[in-house]
Every structure is written in structure tokens, then in C-alpha cells.
Design a binder for this molecule. Structure first.
Ligand code: UTP
Length: 482
């Protein structure tokens, strides 16, 4: 496209301000700007901006009810024989090499405040393993377990890692520097989610510099578009992948490709399944998985009334009183590839964009000066990964409740700031789990040991799946309670 044509496209979309400084730039800066502008569809940006900015403030008349019992199960109350059955089914899916894991690692981790991608973060374990290393070891461990259990010779769980403009290069470099943590690089595919320009409050694209548009990743819902555009779905087809587990990079306890979860989804014959943990208390600030007008949905904790938040029901399995709305969302999703193959029909038109008002460094169009705002001055537009759920019905969707202490401890905040969901809580939760595991495996751990680091290569999960004969032959890291 010629310069004139490009300028015309931006003018038609009402975004010609991006050329404000063009004439004053030297040749290389002009080239830089033009090459970036050529990758953006300004008409699409204006269309999305118009939609998000014209959204009326919430007065949602939808009927919100707890998930129907028929669509849910819980490892907290299911009989052990049921859990074993799910695990067996999941194990056989993995043995058929039909399972892949997809990692959401495109976020910028602004609250954590680390310049490196979150997956590189050292949460301070005795081994100083990064989140990426823990996850890589879990894949190796599970592949070995399934091989040993089924006698299958080459079990592969390919790992698809979604990065974004800001996280791609440092993520790939980190993996290379660590020799892919023992995994075969041909079974790891990095792919990149899209970015969208940041806009001001009237929908105009912001310039980060005179020769650069301010952009941000398009949210974790960008996964769907990226799976298509980056040929990940094609790769699934080539490899015969039928089942996918998607999860967030910042959960040090994540059970990737958990056979129990896969078996649950497969035995229910659903297209999509989620894992949830029980809410800690009625007013915990977490997203909730619910039924909204009869379809699965994720809502903010603030979208239900005080009465609903405190409402209790008697659990049919345990006979105990539990919160009716207790399914806290931990972004652990199962997808059948059959469902993912339908993405092109809905990712752009069905999935809404949301606005996040942020402090976005930009250039003042009048003065040409750089602005580092102290309060939000612009908008990032994002899709959410769970916004596709409402197009499903409850015959196509299931939720498995799992134990928080075993499966969920997110790393969101800088240690010493908020006091929760930080490196200290992540480390403590992982070490406490390790202590429970070695005790369950027959070890005696003295009371002054706060936790034990059990490398994922030794155990994928709990004593149930402990690799036989390895416990006594390794050094386990531990942390004293005082
Ligand atoms: P969060 O929404 O917690 O964002 O991401 P974040 O980037 O980790 O942290 P903050 O909000 O900037 O402090 C939840 C998961 O979704 C991924 C993240 O990498 C994380 O695994 N994510 C988020 C993406 O993959 N892409 C995005 O555009 C946003």
C-alpha cells in the first residue's frame, strides 16, 4: 500500500492524527511508523472503539443462578472410585497423544512489576526454579507417568505458549537459555496473541512516540483469534490433538493436562469445562462461574447481591451446608478441539471487547511533548477468555470443583504490597503442599519445617501419583517455619 493509500485508510476511519508528526520525522522514523501502521486495520479499531465507548453502564436484567448440579462435580466430595475412573480416562487420552496444553503468557504483569515475563519469575523456592521450569517439569513428569502406566513408548504432551508483543522475545530467550527445561523444543510452540492500539476517551488512537502507536495485548480472550491466526489449530490437526487444557502462567500449583479433569470432561462429553475452587468467604473478590439466563458465564463477585453471596445450600454428596455461589473461577479450561474449530464463526463478532482505563505514556499532539500520566488517560481494549461460555448450554459445559490448596495460588502482586497473591504466598502454598505429599508418602516431617519442595519431576501430583521408589533417593528442599 502506498503512503497516500495508507493515509486515506486512516482518514476514512477518523484516525488521521497518527500522521501528525510524520513530516517532521527523519526517513528511518517515517519508515518505522508506516510499517507499524500497515499492520493495523484502523477501520476495525474505530469500530471496536465505538462499540466499547457507547456501551451503556450496567443495568443487567439477566437472571443469575448457581451452576446446575447436573453440570458440576467436585473432587472434594466425589467417591475415590469416581476420581480414579476420571483419572484412568484422562490417562488414556494422554497416552493416545491427543492432549495438548496451552499456556496464557501474554499478560504484562503490571501489578507484579517485574520487567521480565511472569513465567521467568523466581518465587523464592529453595531450588529457585521459575514458574516456567515448574510447569515444564510437570509436563515431563506426566509424560513419564503415563508412559509407565500404559506401556506406551512415546507419550507427548505438546506445549503451546501464547505470548504477546512485549513477552515473546524474552520468553523464547529464557527457554533457549534453559535448554527448554529438558523438553524437546519441537514439542513447544510459541505463538503470539494480537495487540490493539490504545485509544483516548474519544476513541482516537494514541501515539506512544512521534513514530509509534501505543499498543497493548488484546486480553486473554485474544487466545481464540490467535489460535486461528497463528496456525495453532492446524498444528492440532496435524498432531491429532483432540483435547486442550488452557491455563494461566501465574499459578504455581497448576496441574497441567490433569488426567482427572480431562477424564471428567471426556466422560461428560462436554465441549468446554472449567475448574473452580470454593470461595473462601461470601464476599471474596473473585470471578464466579454461574448460570446466567440458563447458560454458563463468569461474572464479577460484585454482580450478585449480598443475599446471594451469603446464600447456602446443602451439598447432596456431603450433606454439609455450602455457599450456593461458591465456584470461584481459576481460569483452568478444558476445550475439545471440535469446539475450538468453530472459533472463526464467533471470535470477532460474538466476543465483546471490554475497556480498561490505564495510564498510557503518550505524545501530546499539540506540543509534541511526551506525557507520563499520573492518572488514567486512555483505554486498553481487551477480550476475556470466558466470554464465549454463554453460547454454550449446560449439556456442553461442565465444572469440576477442586481443592484450592492443591491447585490454585496465583502470583499477581509484588511481595510486601497487597499482602496476598504474591511470591510469598505462592512459595508458602507450594511448600505446604510438598509437606503434605511427603507426609502422605510415609515421611515424618518435623513440626519446625514449614514446607518441603518436591520437584515436579519426582511427583506430578500427590502420593497417588508419586513416582515409585524415588522419594528416598533425592534431596528435597525445605523451608523452616522460623
Ligand atoms: P491477568 O489478567 O492477571 O494479567 O492475567 P497479568 O498480565 O498477569 O497481570 P496484570 O493484570 O497486568 O497485573 C491472567 C492470565 O492471562 C494472561 C496472563 O499472562 C495470565 O496468565 N494474559 C493476560 C494474556 O495471556 N494476555 C493478555 O492480554 C492478558
Amino acid at each position: 500500500m502506498s503512503l497516500e493509500e495508507l493515509q486515506e485508510t486512516y482518514a476514512t476511519a477518523g484516525q488521521s492524527q497518527v500522521f501528525t508528526f510524520y513530516d517532521s520525522l527523519d526517513e528511518s522514523s517515517q519508515k518505522l511508523l508506516v510499517s507499524q501502521l500497515a499492520t493495523i486495520d484502523p477501520a476495525r479499531v474505530s469500530r471496536i472503539a465505538e462499540t466499547v465507548l457507547s456501551q451503556a453502564p450496567e443495568s443487567d436484567p439477566s437472571e443469575i443462578t448457581p451452576l446446575p448440579e447436573s453440570a458440576t462435580a467436585s473432587v472434594l466430595t466425589a467417591p475415590p472410585s469416581q476420581i480414579e475412573e476420571w483419572e484412568k480416562i484422562g490417562t488414556s487420552l494422554i497416552a493416545q497423544n491427543s492432549v495438548a496444553v496451552v499456556l496464557l503468557a501474554g499478560g504484562q504483569g503490571t501489578r507484579l512489576g517485574s520487567s521480565a515475563p511472569k513465567g521467568c519469575f523466581d518465587i523464592g523456592l529453595p531450588s529457585h526454579k521459575s514458574l516456567f521450569e515448574l510447569q515444564a517439569e510437570r509436563i515431563v513428569s506426566l509424560q513419564n507417568l503415563v508412559q509407565n502406566r500404559t506401556g506406551k513408548t512415546e507419550v507427548i504432551i505438546p506445549w503451546y505458549i501464547m505470548t504477546s508483543g512485549p513477552t515473546r522475545a524474552p520468553t523464547e530467550t529464557f527457554f533457549k537459555e534453559h535448554s527448554y527445561f529438558g523438553l524437546d523444543p519441537s514439542n513447544i510452540k510459541f505463538f503470539e496473541q494480537g495487540v490493539l492500539p490504545c485509544i483516548d476517551n474519544s476513541g482516537k488512537i494514541l501515539l506512544e512516540g512521534k513514530d509509534k502507536v501505543a499498543v497493548a495485548p488484546d486480553g486473554n480472550g485474544g487466545i481464540y483469534r490467535a489460535l486461528v491466526q497463528e496456525d495453532v489449530l492446524l498444528d492440532f490437526a496435524k498432531r491429532g490433538i483432540k483435547h486442550v487444557h488452557a491455563y494461566c502462567v501465574d499459578n504455581c500449583l497448576v496441574r497441567m493436562a490433569d488426567p482427572v479433569f480431562l477424564g471428567f470432561a471426556e466422560s461428560r462429553g462436554v465441549l468446554v469445562a472449567t475448574k473452580s475452587v470454593p470461595k473462601r468467604h461470601p464476599k471474596e473478590n473473585v470471578g464466579l462461574i454461574v448460570a446466567k439466563d440458563g447458560h454458563p458465564a463468569v461474572i464479577e463477585y460484585s454482580e450478585i447481591s449480598d443475599e446471594m453471596a451469603h446464600r447456602t445450600v446443602v451439598d447432596s454428596e456431603s450433606g454439609k451446608k455450602v455457599l450456593a455461589f461458591r465456584a470461584a473461577n481459576i481460569v483452568n479450561h478444558y476445550y475439545s478441539v471440535e469446539y475450538l474449530d468453530t472459533i472463526p464463526t464467533w471470535s470477532e463478532n460474538y466476543l465483546p471487547y471490554h475497556i480498561a482505563r490505564k495510564k498510557i505514556p503518550c505524545v501530546d499532539l499539540e506540543t509534541g511533548e511526551s506525557i507520563s500520566p499520573s492518572k488514567p488517560n486512555g483505554i486498553k481494549m481487551e477480550q476475556f477468555i470466558f466470554d464465549c461460555f454463554p453460547q454454550l448450554d449446560f449439556a456442553q459445559f461442565g465444572n469440576l470443583e477442586v481443592r484450592r490448596e492443591d491447585e490454585f495460588s496465583p502470583l499477581k502482586n509484588k511481595a510486601g504490597t497487597v499482602g496476598e497473591d504474591d511470591a510469598d504466598t505462592s512459595r508458602a502454598d507450594l511448600l505446604k503442599q510438598g509437606k503434605r505429599w511427603v507426609v502422605a508418602a510415609g515421611a515424618t516431617v518435623s513440626d519446625d519445617v514449614a514446607g518441603v519442595e518436591v520437584p515436579p519431576l519426582i511427583s506430578y501430583v500427590s502420593n497417588l501419583l508419586f513416582h515409585e521408589g524415588t522419594v528416598s533417593s533425592v534431596r528435597l528442599g525445605y523451608e523452616r517455619s522460623s
